[in-house]
Design a protein around this ligand. Structure first.
Ligand code: ATP
Ligand code: MG
Length: 582
């Protein structure tokens, strides 16, 4: 491609609203343009990169015998009503009506549509397993679309769905997918870490998120520096910080229990301010209702209860916070004055942190009053200690004896779920097994943010001059800068090498514009093709062409005759670096 013909409107300044470096650079380099909030158009360079990512995804999906299909973006409401997600996903669904007032939505994901397809045509175990995938735009009315491709309202996803006859089959499909995902991210130049995650609205049992470490990432994960355990912050467990049975308290350090007047002080901040103690000296008593029964959950004042952990611990589906009336009924006091002392007949579950606390503050189950110098074991009994709060930096790793967890920001680039029968049950999607018995399909679903990968690559691979593309994702492999096209020697040598490169199948751009060298260098660095070729002074003086990598800019000089061979060698080395060895 000739730069003089290439449509790549680079900008001097990034858009003022851009916060993320990927948003800034992809816009500045002429890859994308914002059409509306969270909605982007790809210009030629951006679309080439997007298609390269899609190609890698396709190759790896095809390699595990997943078959490509293409489903509609427009979904009839009735399919979403079958799974109840028409209402459940109301917030993110773009809903619309046709001329006959029939309701539709723009697909944010395709479990409903694909399950409908399969239930119509697959009836026997002999037709299983099946893995179907597509690369398609998704629509989500995200509450906080973030600059650029990272969190858009229209974005490109690869979504795959597996249908198996039993759990073993699902396990095989799931593991094949996990392996394919590792290869895909590796080939895109991303080091993605599979982390345990919560299932969220998609539902299901086991699931892994693929996370790329990046300070700009919106997600948070905890990772153990010694054994590699990794989980997102919602899911991360922590090591029990004490041995059972708990030798908890030392008589000599316990101070006499005292009730104190705390007028109108209800929140942790108000109470601790008033009493002049830190939040770590206070224990919050949260009243929950689990399957209709009240229970008290004790959490240190500076920590936050992780409701998913509570749910998992209790093992019952219906767990919710008590409302103010229920709380008054139980504690005889307003929300904010609940405490463990005197709460009879209620299960008392305390976070691990509480085990190590002495002489703390709690509500007194009486309006405008708190207790100080509270000690569990002496003043009230804990039914059980458990891991109930969000894990944080420095907590002990739950999987090894000595490692500590580190909190890191990250970008979710992919997600694999074992769905089980969640959708096949609600949509009555069944097949007949070996014994002639009708069974629901055992399903899995697997997403990759194809457009988010492009943003993630830029986030982790850039410098102050612009993008540093891995060769697999770069819009062009090579960017050639003849520093003066009006110089016949230079122009001649450049044109000659350019046609050799094209002949050899190299994706090359020759910057044949009548621009100052400074402008050409700036654009080349901004756009970030991995191999740069400079034909200028050294060619005039010594007949040498300068070859350098965008990532280190160290020039090597090669004679014009050897240039092609040298470049082809370099190019294959760059691809080899990104070949997974598994
Ligand atoms: P997130 O937690 O970031 O909102 P999600 O968990 O809702 O994402 P999934 O339903 O798991 O997303 O979608 C699969 C993949 O699609 C994600 O791993 C992510 O890479 C990508 N993705 C999801 N939402 C967006 C978005 N709004 N813009 C760009 N990519 C997205
Ligand atoms: Mg996800």
């Amino acid at each position: 491609m000739r730069a003089s013909q290439l449509y790549f409107p680079t900008l001097r300044e990034p858009p003022s609203e851009a916060e993320l470096i990927s948003h800034k650079l992809l816009t500045k380099a002429g890859f994308i343009r914002r059409v509306a909030m969270g909605i982007y158009a790809y210009l030629p360079l951006g679309y080439r990169s997007l298609e390269k990512i899609a190609r890698i995804v396709r190759e790896e999906m095809n390699a595990i015998c997943a078959q490509e299909i293409f489903m509609p973006a427009l979904h009839p409401a009735n399919l979403w009503e079958e799974t109840k997600r028409w209402d459940e996903c109301d917030e993110i669904l773009f809903k619309l009506r046709d001329r006959q007032e029939r309701p539709f939505c723009l697909g944010p994901t395709h479990e409903e549509v694909v399950t409908d397809l399969v239930r119509r045509d697959v009836h026997s175990y002999r037709q299983l397993p099946i893995i179907l995938y597509q690369i398609q735009v998704k629509f989500r009315d995200e509450p906080r679309p973030r600059g650029g491709l990272m969190r858009a309202r229209e974005f490109t996803m690869k979504d795959a769905y597996s249908f198996d006859k039993d759990e073993d089959g699902l396990e095989k499909s799931y593991q094949a997918m996990v392996r394919a995902y590792k290869r895909i991210f590796y080939r895109c130049g991303l080091r993605a870490i599979p982390v345990e995650a919560e299932a969220g609205v998609i539902g299901g049992t086991e699931n892994l998120e693929f996370m790329v470490l990046s300070d700009s990432g919106e997600d948070k994960m905890l990772i153990c520096s010694s054994c590699g355990y990794a989980a997102n912050q919602e899911r991360a467990e922590r090591r029990k910080p004490f041995e059972e049975p708990i030798n908890m308290y030392h008589q000599d350090t316990m101070l006499p229990l005292e009730k104190v007047f705390t007028p109108n002080r209800k929140t942790v901040a108000q109470v601790t301010d008033y009493l002049g103690v830190s939040a770590e000296k206070l224990v919050k008593t949260l009243i929950y209702i689990a399957d209709g029964k009240p229970l008290a959950v004790l959490i240190r004042g500076d920590a936050e209860l992780n409701e998913s952990k509570l749910r998992r611990l209790l093992g019952v589906p219906n767990v919710r916070m008590a409302d103010p009336d229920e709380i008054r009924g139980l504690t005889k006091a307003d929300v904010g004055y609940s405490g463990p002392i005197g709460l009879s007949g209620v299960e008392m579950i305390a976070d691990y942190d509480i085990a190590e606390m002495r002489n703390f503050v709690t509500g007194a189950n009486e309006d405008d009053h708190h207790f100080i110098n509270v000690n569990w074991g002496r003043d009230f009994e804990v039914t059980r200690f458990a891991d109930l709060r969000f894990a944080k930096d420095g907590d002990g790793c739950p999987r090894c004896d000595s490692g500590l967890l580190h909190l890191r920001n990250c970008i979710e680039v992919g997600h694999v779920f074992k769905l089980g029968t969640k959708y096949s049950d609600s949509m009555n999607a069944k097949f007949v097994d070996e014994d002639g018995v009708e069974r629901p399909f055992i399903m899995g679903c697997y997403g990759i943010g194809v457009s988010r990968i492009l943003a993630a690559v830029v986030e982790v691979s850039h410098d102050e001059d612009g993008i540093i593309f891995p060769i697999t994702v770069a819009p062009y492999e090579l960017w050639m800068i003849p520093i003066d096209m009006n110089d016949d020697d230079i122009a001649g040598a450049a044109e000659c090498l350019y046609s050799e490169l094209i002949q050899a199948g190299v994706e090359a751009v020759i910057d044949d514009r009548d621009e100052r060298p400074g402008v050409k260098f700036k654009d080349a660095d901004l756009i970030g093709a991995p191999i740069q070729i400079i034909i200028g002074r050294t060619y005039k003086e010594r007949g040498c062409i300068e070859v350098r990598l965008r990532r280190d800019k160290k020039p090597s000089l090669v004679s014009a005759k050897e240039a092609l061979g040298h470049i082809l060698q370099l190019r294959s080395t760059l691809y080899e670096e990104l070949m997974p060895r598994d």
